[in-house]
Design a protein around this ligand. Structure first.
Ligand code: PLP
Length: 373
């Protein structure tokens, strides 16, 4: 019998959409998938070559639970903190799970902006807490500080933040984010700041909340180095908070893959990281400009300033829209996968070639015209 804590959890709608697309493709349909949550580029050759060297050099066993020294040091330097504040994890997801199990108290409340990455709701359910959504639709997908203060109480154990944001691409301003961290501190709550898209931005630089005592920064290399399958994430936090998360990590991820840790450490030390990221961001910027330029003429949206997503109001039920669009050769993710209030929204991932994006835009335009004429 399935445990009670899993009762309200369904397997992700995003995965279901992925399966529908795969099925359509197998049936020979030409479907452009805009559902993908990862860069479409191959992992950069610099990382691949260093990983092969690392495997040959014997980086094929357990490492320390906390991660190899070189990688912890490289990450610590990039934040201006000590390596004692860094723990490497098996991807950002493991870091989020460790932080959730460490800090979400059973029966407490968890504040999650809506729309947000679906997993935050899942972590909250697994920890048997009550998710409270902070709706951001009326404020350009940035949480309103007054609304946030109203919802805040001593019962809130954890607040999730994620800017640049999945699914909106919004980069929240420093004043709001710092305001949230400070209010949370007054109430004794932990903020889990998921900064996994922090290197992928086009306009203003994202803010890190690393300097707050009550903040656990979650990050990783899945997105910035196009290496989702390698499972390298990390947390940066106060040492005592790190120790609490280590209690979970030692039985959860145990350690991230050794050769992948070594490859990332080398890339960071050789100062190759910035160059790789700027190549990736330059490509995403072209696509962002194209997709926003075309689709914002048809539907309401907020200009994405980071990550590789756009969230659009299609003014009809999002699941109906997604189903109709699959038949017209475009797969998108329905907004209901990102919390409530998103029933008429869809997420577009532009982690796809410009050629495919052009095809998708033509198909969406044709559908839009068929509805308006
Ligand atoms: N956080 C956000 C907001 C994400 O969108 C994702 C992946 O889609 C993750 C975390 C998980 O990343 P990882 O592949 O490193 O587990």
């Amino acid at each position: 019998m399935e445990a009670n804590r899993l009762r309200e959890i369904s397997t992700s709608l995003i995965r279901k959409m992925f399966e529908i697309v795969e099925k359509a493709k197998k049936e020979g349909k030409d479907v452009v998938s805009l559902t993908i949550g990862e860069p479409d580029f191959p992992t950069p050759i610099e990382v691949v070559e260093k990983a092969i060297e690392a495997i040959k050099a014997g980086y094929t066993h357990y490492t320390s639970n906390l991660g190899i020294e070189e990688l912890r040091t490289a990450i610590a330097e990039s934040y201006g903190v000590s390596k004692e504040n860094v723990m490497v994890t098996a991807g950002g997801s493991e870091a989020l799970m460790n932080a959730s199990l460490a800090f979400i108290e059973e029966g407490s409340k968890v504040l999650i902006p809506s729309p947000s990455f679906l997993s935050y709701f899942t972590y909250s359910k697994i920890c048997r807490a009550k998710a409270l959504e902070v709706k951001t639709h009326g404020t350009g997908f940035v949480p309103d500080l007054d609304l946030f203060s109203e919802l805040m109480s001593r019962e809130v154990s954890v607040v999730f933040l994620n800017y640049p944001n999945n699914p909106t691409g919004v980069v929240a301003d420093a004043k709001t984010l710092r305001g949230i961290a400070e209010i949370a501190m007054d109430y004794g709550s932990i903020v889990i700041s998921d900064e996994i898209y922090d290197k992928i931005y086009y306009d203003k630089k994202p803010t890190t909340l690393v300097d707050y005592e009550n903040v656990v920064v979650v990050n990783g290399f899945s997105k910035s180095l196009a290496m989702t399958g390698w499972r390298i994430g990390y947390v940066v936090a106060r040492e005592d908070l790190l120790n609490s998360m280590l209690k979970v990590h030692q039985v959860n991820g145990v350690c991230a893959p050794a050769f992948a840790q070594k490859a990332v450490a080398e890339v960071m030390f050789n100062r190759e990281f910035e160059g790789i990221v700027s190549r990736i961001v330059a490509e995403f910027r072209k696509r962002r400009d194209y997709i926003y330029g075309e689709l914002s003429k048809l539907y309401w949206t907020v200009k994405p300033e980071g990550a590789f997503y756009m969230f659009m109001d299609v003014q009809e039920n999002c699941v109906d829209f997604a189903e109709k669009m699959i038949n017209r050769g475009v797969a998108v993710t329905p907004g209901i996968a990102f919390g409530s209030g998103n029933e008429s929204f869809i997420r577009i991932s532009y982690a796809n070639s410009l050629e495919n994006l052009k095809k998708a835009v033509e198909r969406i335009k044709a559908y839009h015209e068929s509805k308006t004429t």
